[in-house]
Design a protein around this ligand. Structure first.
Ligand SMILES: Nc1ncnc2c1ncn2[C@@H]1O[C@H](COP(=O)(O)OP(=O)(O)OP(=O)(O)O)[C@@H](O)[C@H]1O
Ligand SMILES: [Mg+2]
Length: 296
């Protein structure tokens, strides 16, 4: 159980994969920038052996898994030291299912950082079950570290991009994005997309007279209003506001081509509470060329 009085840590999930090592480095840098401790966690569990293994065999297998886990944690620790310098660091091994352990610990973390892939899955798979599951159920922000190409390290320069959709989760995402841009001393690009193409096509086929230009002006005004308070709070962060008439995921990916981080809410206006991730966040976890922060 975490010590809740201590300073909240940046929590990274370690599973022996290259992707998790990229995540560990990203987490170490994040901890350094935020003057937070770094917590490296590995979880291991026995496969469902049922009656096919005796207790002695089970104990032996678990011991081997634990030993391997400690080896991976030592490797991740060395990687973190190499990047994060003097950050306060602790490693932890838990016996239990990884996604559940990470979700539980997310309640005490500043942010959870994971690789997009791990040791499992299959070739061509774009995001693993631990990373998607933790994004859907964590108690706080989760960053899934991705590179421009599969298996490559994430980009380290460029702006922070945030998707602004006017929802409550979207506002929390804006707060997180400003903090990240401020720590990294880079500009923030606030992107608001405002039309679903299917709606536009249906409407243009019907005899409605809609002034799309005026709608766009309204959306621009709305974005400016939503951003005004934050810009005052972070006067040193240069902000660019983009209003895009496109589907959210396409608009965000286009604006994030040069970005080092893309920040979205865990669900938008269309996903009811308790239903996990919205489709935009899910699609970004699979297709973004830079780390994705999913914030709730
Ligand atoms: N056992 C674990 N303990 C701690 N963190 C983990 C563990 N497994 C995965 N992670 C974290 O989650 C990230 C994504 O791994 P994930 O397991 O989701 O993908 P995968 O192994 O490719 O697919 P899957 O396990 O769904 O078959 C890893 O890079 C790591 O950060
Ligand atoms: Mg896995």
């Amino acid at each position: 159980m975490a010590d809740t009085t201590a300073r909240r840590a940046v929590l990274a999930g370690v599973d022996g994969s290259v992707s998790a090592l990229h995540a560990t480095r990203w987490a170490a840098r994040e901890a350094g920038q935020r003057h937070a401790p770094l917590h490296l966690l590995h979880a291991c569990a026995l496969p469902p052996l049922g009656p096919h293994a005796d207790t002695g065999t089970e104990a032996g297998l678990l011991e081997a898994l634990v030993e391997q886990g400690h080896r991976w944690l030592r490797q991740a620790k060395a990687e973190a030291r190499d990047t994060g310098g003097e950050v306060k660091l602790r490693t932890e091994l838990r016996v239990g299912p990884a996604a559940a352990e990470l979700v539980e610990e997310s309640a005490y973390a500043l942010v959870v950082v994971l690789g997009s892939r791990g040791l499992g899955g299959f070739r061509g798979m774009l995001a693993g079950s631990v990373s998607s599951g933790v994004c859907a159920h964590a108690h706080g922000p989760v960053v899934v570290v991705r590179g421009r190409l599969p298996g490559k390290p994430p980009p380290e320069d460029g702006p922070v991009v945030v998707g602004v959709d006017g929802s409550e989760a979207g506002d929390t995402a804006v707060a997180f994005a400003f903090e990240e841009a401020a720590h990294r001393r880079v500009p923030l690009v606030a992107v608001h997309t405002w039309v679903d193409l299917s709606v536009a096509e249906t409407w243009s086929a019907l005899p409605f007279d809609i002034d799309w230009g005026a709608v766009a002006d309204d959306e621009r005004r709305l974005l400016a209003e939503r951003m005004a308070g934050w810009r005052e709070k972070y006067p040193d962060v240069p902000v660019r506001q983009e209003v895009v008439r496109d589907r959210p995921v396409r608009g965000l990916l286009a604006c994030a081509e040069e970005a080092q981080l893309i920040v979205v809410g865990s669900r938008g206006r269309h996903v009811p509470r308790g239903m996990g991730l919205g489709s935009t966040s899910q699609a970004l976890l699979h297709h973004s060329g830079c780390p994705v922060a999913v914030v709730r």
